[in-house]
Design a protein around this ligand. Structure first.
Ligand SMILES: [Zn+2]
Ligand SMILES: [Zn+2]
Length: 85
């Protein structure tokens, strides 16, 4: 059993949401910035942390936002991982 990356406690099957290759509690899979609940497989990731695609990820790391280049970022759409260039 894996631990939730957010709260570091074990994740049981009934409450598990799998996204960005990790198992989360349903209530822990939230945007790091605005705390909005996220749907597995349809949100963004930055350095292993989940963000909503809009507005947070776009505002923080999208074109024109700060933090471009350097660290690797990915966007998930329907569980398909796309690297941000
Ligand atoms: Zn948790
Ligand atoms: Zn957000």
């Amino acid at each position: 059993m894996s631990n939730c990356p957010k709260c570091d406690k074990p994740v049981y099957f009934a409450e598990r949401k799998t996204s960005i290759g990790k198992d989360w509690h349903g209530c822990c899979l939230r945007c790091e910035k605005c705390n909005k609940t996220l749907n597995p497989g349809s949100h963004a990731e930055h350095e292993g942390k989940p963000y909503c695609n809009k507005p947070c990820y776009a505002a923080l790391f999208g074109p024109g936002g700060f933090g471009r280049g350097g660290t690797e970022s990915y966007v998930y759409t329907n569980n398909v991982k796309t690297k941000k260039v």
